[in-house]
Design a protein around this ligand. Structure first.
Ligand SMILES: *Cc1c(COP(=O)(O)O)cnc(C)c1O
Length: 420
């Protein structure tokens, strides 16, 4: 079988309507080798790719995906996943990286130069801040953390040398939903590039290159930890970087190539296999998370439930404007946190997590098994956020267990441990 047998439609900017996303992710432009049609695309593995002659070798161009040259520059398998992710999130240029965190580093290394400055929300995914404090600082790139819930704070902190603003919706762990539209407008007015960590929205909750259906309201880059929803199994690490801009797309591909980043074909195959069910999985975990979050609202030990779709949760109105703009119940990931009463000791909170039977203690989300992690928020934020109650933060990610069974599990451990 030669690679010519699998052809690829060029990237298309016509994107799936929200309600037809499942259909679109299954019936997507992919031509199988002749007389072999099957549900899944073929898996192509290569470091070496053969050329028919030296002239062809010299002519082939990988950057526009018109040809294959070497495994790190892409295979029919990686190109297929990149195309499908573009259809999902609404971009036109995509690269795959070995983890979500390496996708963050590709954006930072593509855009930031010595003497430059980057703005990161104080509630960002922690390792993004750690990268800024480590390598970026060492390369002479400064950073400032801003309050994601206060666009005026972002505007005030943009400097003449600011090259990039990171955005995240909602914030990691504390789940406050920012005014993404206002922040994108501020950055556009000041001609500063934006990159959104879109792991939570996953291309389902809202369209980052087309906010509120307006293509002028667009971020410049998204990154996505495919480790979470697209994998869905808790068994693959991968990330993607995406843009809609031709010249940024080329820059991103060159940085990605120079850093030598690539992904394994078997991992790509796993994500391709999981992707068609993602909208259904997202909706199911959303439903379960909302039921659990509502249960927590009635518990004496809980002083605040942090779930953007819940009335009263910080930034709920921003979530509603962006993710439920069509009316209805809107979309949210299967992720929420609770703030437990500060009068409880850390030992009791830890014992509560330990005593859960169905919830496993572990990082990440989007897999089949529900997870719990207690966090010490004061160690990851520069100051205690004004819209958060003081307390012990515990984050839950919902799997696919029955919601009543999960609530029963929370109840049994609460009754033993969350007593003053
Ligand atoms: C998990 C996660 C990442 C990083 O993904 P890895 O594949 O674990 O490196 C980045 N951003 C967010 C918001 C995440 O939840």
């Amino acid at each position: 079988m030669t690679d010519q047998n699998a052809s690829h439609t060029p990237f298309s900017l016509a994107h799936a309507q929200d309600e037809h996303l499942s259909t679109h992710l299954i019936h997507h432009g992919y031509k199988p080798p002749s007389e072999f049609e099957a549900p899944q695309p073929g898996v192509f593995k290569a470091s070496t790719v053969f050329f028919p002659n030296v002239a062809a070798m010299r002519q082939r161009e990988w950057k526009d995906k018109s040809a294959y040259t070497y495994g790190t520059h892409g295979t029919p398998t990686t190109f297929t996943l990149e195309e499908r992710l573009c259809a999902l999130e609404g971009g036109s240029h995509c690269v795959l990286t070995p983890s979500g965190l390496s996708a963050i580093s590709v954006v930072s290394f593509t855009i930031l130069k010595t003497g430059g400055h980057v703005l990161i929300p104080d509630n960002a995914y922690g390792p993004n801040k750690v990268l800024a404090e480590g390598e970026l600082e060492a390369f002479g790139i400064s950073h400032t953390y801003y309050d994601a819930m206060n666009p005026a704070d972002l505007a005030a902190k943009i400097q003449s040398n600011t090259q990039l603003v990171w955005l995240e919706a909602p914030g990691s762990l504390s789940m406050e939903f920012p005014d993404l539209i206002e922040m994108v407008k501020i950055c556009k007015d000041r001609s500063v590039l934006t990159a959104l960590d879109n792991t939570w929205g996953a291309g389902i909750a809202f369209k980052p290159f087309n906010l509120l259906g307006n293509s002028e309201l667009s971020v410049d880059f998204t990154i996505h930890a495919l480790t979470k929803y697209p994998s869905g199994g808790g068994d693959v690490l991968m990330g993607s970087v995406m843009t809609r801009n031709e010249s940024l797309g080329l820059k991103m591909k060159l940085t990605h190539m120079r850093l030598g980043l690539c992904v394994g074909a078997n991992d790509v195959e796993s994500v391709l296999r999981s992707l068609p069910t993602m909208p259904l999985r997202y909706a199911a975990q959303d439903q379960i998370a909302r039921e659990l979050a509502q249960w927590w609202q009635g518990q004496a030990a809980c002083v605040q439930v942090l779930h953007p779709a819940l009335l009263g949760s910080p930034g709920h109105q921003h979530w509603k404007n962006l993710c439920a703009s069509q009316g209805g119940s809107g979309h949210a990931a299967g992720l929420f946190s609770v703030m437990l009463d500060p009068r409880l000791s850390q030992e009791k909170v830890d014992a509560f997590c330990d005593e859960l039977k169905l919830f496993k203690i572990g990082y990440s989300w989007g897999g089949p098994i529900s997870l719990v992690v207690p966090y010490k928020l004061e160690t990851v934020r520069s100051s205690w956020p004004s819209d958060l109650q003081k307390g012990h933060l515990v984050r839950f990610s919902t799997g696919f267990e029955n919601a009543n069974d999960l609530i029963e599990d929370l109840r049994q451990s609460s009754q033993k441990n969350l007593i003053f």
